[in-house]
Write a protein that binds this ligand. Structure first.
Ligand code: A2P
Length: 349
C-alpha cells in the first residue's frame, strides 16, 4: 500500500536543487536517475559522474542526453545534494570534498553507515533523523532496508526481541557487471557452453551460493550478514535485538527475498501482524493462502513496495510469541536508489 508521508515536503513548493550522481553508470546510478524523474524530484541541474572510462558518454534524463563527466576534485562544486553509489573507497575520498563544497551527501556505500554521528535512514522508519538536515546521510545495506520495512511496523506495536533470517539475494547487489554475468552465464548454460565466472566467485546459472562477501574468521558470518544485522539494530534503534542471518545469492536479477522468523516480547497472532503491516507505508501484503500466492521477486521487481506475506505462527514456539514471514523487495529501488531519493525528498530545504 502506498501512503503519502506527511514528513515529506511538497515537491511542487520546493526550491529546485543542483543534483549530482556519483556512479551514474552503475546499476544503482541508473535507477537513481529513474527515481528522480519518475517522482518529479525538483532538479535544477543534474551532473552525472563516473570513472574516466565513462566520460563523454551520455545517459537520458527527462528526454535530454546528459553527458557523463569523470569524477574529480571540483566535480561537486555548486551542487546542493550528491547521491553517491560508486563504492566505499570513492565515498571516503569524496565525502569530505562534498562537505567542503557545502553539498549534502546521501551515501549508498557502507563507508559511514555505522559511524555514531551518521544517521542511517529509511524514511518510513526513522525519517525524523533528517529534521536537522545532516550534511551526510547513509543509505542502508539492501537487506537491512528491505527487512526493516516489515520489522518496524511490528516492532512499534510489540517489541521484536529476536530475528532469524535467511535471504535469497539477487545479482544486482553486486552491481551491473554481476547482472550481466547472470544473463551471460545462463545463456551459455542453455547453449551447453562453458562459462568461467568473472565477477562472482561461483557459477551462477541454475545455482546458488553463500553470499560472496568475505567471511569473518572469528564468527563464521560473512560481511553481508554482519552488515545486515548491525544496520537493522541501528535503524530500529534496538541495540539489544538479537539477530542471526544467512545470506545467499540466488539467480534472480534485481529483487531480494528473505524468510524471517520473528520473536516478540509478548504473544502475537498472524491476524494482528497482518493488520499492522496492511497499514504500513511502503509495504504491500501478498498473503493469499488459498492461491498459495506469496511475495516473489518477479512481482517485487520494478516496484516501490516491499511485498510481505506467508505470515504464520511459528509452530516451534509454544509460547505464541514467534511469527514467520516472507518478503520480496526490489534491491535497486527500496534496497538502494528509491530509499536514497526518498531521503533527499525528506531533507528540509
Ligand atoms: P564506470 O562505469 O565509469 O566504471 P556498479 O556498482 O553497478 O558496478 O557501478 C559502479 C559505479 O561506480 C559505476 O558508475 C562506475 O563508473 C563508478 N566508479 C567506479 N570507479 C570509479 C572511480 N574511480 N571514479 C568514479 N566513479 C567510479
Amino acid at each position: 500500500m502506498t501512503h503519502p508521508n506527511p514528513s515529506f515536503p511538497d515537491q511542487a513548493q520546493a526550491r529546485p536543487l543542483n543534483v549530482a550522481i556519483v556512479g551514474a553508470t552503475g546499476a544503482v546510478g541508473v535507477e537513481l536517475m529513474g527515481c528522480l524523474e519518475r517522482r518529479g524530484f525538483p532538479v535544477a541541474s543534474l551532473r552525472l559522474l563516473a570513472s574516466a572510462r565513462s566520460a563523454g558518454r551520455t545517459l537520458p534524463f527527462k528526454g535530454q542526453d546528459v553527458v557523463i563527466e569523470a569524477l574529480g576534485p571540483d566535480s561537486l562544486q555548486g551542487m546542493d545534494v550528491a547521491l553517491f553509489s560508486a563504492g566505499a573507497t570513492i565515498s571516503r575520498q569524496y565525502a569530505p570534498i562534498a562537505a567542503a563544497a557545502g553539498c549534502v551527501v546521501i551515501d549508498n556505500s557502507s563507508a559511514f553507515r555505522m559511524d555514531e554521528g551518521t544517521p542511517l535512514v529509511v524514511p518510513e522508519v526513522n525519517g525524523a533523523l533528517l529534521a536537522d538536515r545532516p550534511a551526510l546521510v547513509a543509505n542502508p545495506n539492501c537487506v537491512a532496508a528491505i527487512a526493516v520495512m516489515a520489522l518496524a511496523p511490528l516492532h512499534a506495536r510489540n517489541p521484536v526481541t529476536r530475528v532469524i533470517g535467511a535471504t535469497y539475494q539477487s545479482a544486482s547487489g553486486a552491481g551491473a557487471a554481476a547482472m550481466a554475468e547472470l544473463e551471460a552465464s545462463t545463456t551459455a548454460y542453455l547453449a551447453g557452453e562453458a562459462y568461467a565466472p568473472k565477477v562472482l566467485p561461483h557459477p551462477y546459472a541454475f545455482n546458488l551460493f553463500s553470499h560472496n562477501a568475505d567471511v569473518d574468521a572469528a564468527s563464521g558470518y560473512n560481511g553481508e550478514e554482519l552488515k545486515a544485522m548491525a544496520e537493522i539494530r541501528k535503524i530500529l534503534a534496538a541495540p539489544d535485538m538479537r539477530l542471526s542471518f544467512t545470506c545467499v545469492r540466488v539467480p534472480v536479477l534485481r529483487a531480494h527475498s528473505m524468510a524471517l522468523t520473528v520473536e516478540f516480547e509478548r504473544p502475537v497472532t498472524p491476524a494482528e501482524a497482518e493488520a499492522w503491516l496492511a497499514d504500513a507505508a511502503g509495504v504491500r501484503l501478498v498473503n493469499d493462502h488459498a492461491a498459495n500466492h506469496y511475495p516473489m521477486p518477479n512481482e517485487a521487481s520494478g516496484g516501490d513496495d516491499v511485498l510481505v506475506g506467508r505470515i504464520r505462527a511459528d509452530l516451534s514456539d509454544p509460547t505464541g510469541r514467534t511469527l514467520s514471514l516472507f518478503l520480496s523487495g526490489d534491491q535497486l529501488l527500496k534496497g538502494a536508489a528509491l530509499n536514497a531519493v526518498q531521503i533527499a525528498e525528506a531533507l528540509p530545504r
